[in-house]
Ligand binder design. Structure first.
Ligand code: NAD
Length: 343
């Protein structure tokens, strides 16, 4: 059966264009070897590089392009930090398309250092509210207020997403919050998760405070299956989780809503490595793999995953962050070779 998908590609800033280029080449080879799969790529401008030209980091024509596609592969983008600068592109796209679930898998990989050999967990982060609602006020020159918005509706929605995911995995969800201090907002979040859990009797749900969780991720990460938490806690925990399984150059991410998905590495634009052909492309390639799963193209996703595992196991093509001296393109070529060998 013929299956055609329109994919928006936003290369982004810094190392973004280099790692996205590898991921697109990998997808292109995967579609050539997967019967019936047809991917069309549509490139859009977004990021810091757009601000001077368009006065925004996300031009309207790029938003229109996203609306005409099935999913988006997004490179990392440099976020300006001045108070009046445009907000992060990722945050804006998540809001426009209501991509409420941020999914960040964390797994021990072959021949890659990890704090424990048998880690296999997924962080499910609420993506639309919390401290990322962007509502901050300067009360006076030395006093600022940020609003942490938490609703039952968004909390139950993310809880259901995590619970459904856990049903397909090891049936265990850990709800992470700080209700002992943030009694109102995290009280709402925590109660919503346990309320939703009643609909999923096969899933065991327990809870932990964010500070204890940060410690347990180092001490006993192999015990966790699905971790569900609020926006900022999830952002911080997922960088920690990336580090305990080989680093940020391998950590993939998905932003999923009811009608659209955006896939991007967890890492940022790493400006100091930009243009040097040395960044690790695997985080972006694994994000592309998650995009194939989202589209229901499980055979294509499996091809990508197996190629990554084989290249890592062999240990010949490795970028500097994994102790090697291969280039971004070397790793891409090794992945492509593996995929072609399978067909
Ligand atoms: P970063 O992730 O860009 O880089 C931190 C360090 O991690 C780098 O110096 C590098 O040593 C390493 N690293 C990151 N990606 C790597 C890769 N693929 N291969 C090898 N090593 C890699 O974080 P930062 O320096 O805090 O942020 C840089 C910019 O990126 C900022 O403007 C930030 O706002 C932005 N950012 C964007 C996103 C996004 O677009 N979703 C996410 C995080 C940060």
């Amino acid at each position: 059966m013929y299956r055609a998908y329109r994919i928006a590609v936003l290369p982004g800033d810094g190392i973004g264009p280099e790692v996205v280029d590898v991921a697109v080449k990998v997808l292109d080879v995967v579609q050539r070897v997967t019967k019936g799969l047809n991917l069309s790529f549509f490139y859009g401008e977004a990021g810091y590089n757009c601000i001077e030209k368009y006065g925004t980091n996300l031009p309207q024509k790029t938003i229109d392009l996203l609306r005409e596609t099935h999913a988006c592969l997004k490179g990392p983008m440099t976020t300006p930090e001045e108070p009046d600068a445009p907000p992060s592109v990722a945050v804006t796209i998540r809001k426009i398309f209501n991509l409420y679930a941020n999914i960040r898998p964390c797994k021990s990989l072959p021949n890659v250092w990890a704090i424990k050999p048998n880690i296999d967990l997924v962080i499910v982060r609420e993506n639309t509210e919390g401290l990322y609602s962007g509502k901050e006020f300067e009360v006076s020159s030395d006093k600022g207020i940020a609003l942490r918005i938490i609703t039952s509706e968004a909390s139950e929605r993310i809880a259901r997403f995590a619970l459904k995911l856990a049903e397909k995995r090891r049936k265990y969800v850990t709800c992470v919050h700080k209700r002992n201090i943030l009694r109102v907002t995290d009280g709402i979040f925590r109660d919503a998760v346990f309320r939703a859990a009643r609909e999923f009797p096969s899933v065991h749900v327990d809870e932990d405070h964010i500070d204890a969780m940060a410690m347990r991720l180092i001490k006993e990460p192999e015990k966790f299956d699905v971790i569900v938490t609020t926006n900022l806690f999830g952002d911080i925990l997922s960088d920690e989780a990336a580090q305990i399984t080989g680093g940020i150059g391998l950590a993939a991410g998905a932003n999923i809503g009811d009608n659209y998905g955006m896939f991007e590495p967890v890492h940022g634009s790493a400006p100091k490595h930009a243009g040097k052909n040395r960044a690790n492309p695997i985080a972006t390639v694994l994000s592309a793999k998650m995009m194939m799963e989202y589209l229901g193209e499980n055979e294509a996703a499996k091809l990508i995953e197996e190629a990554v595992m084989e290249v890592l196991s062999e240990g010949k093509a490795r970028t500097y962050d994994l102790g090697g001296n291969s280039t971004t393109q070397d790793v891409g070529n090794a992945l492509i070779e593996k995929i072609l060998q399978k067909k």
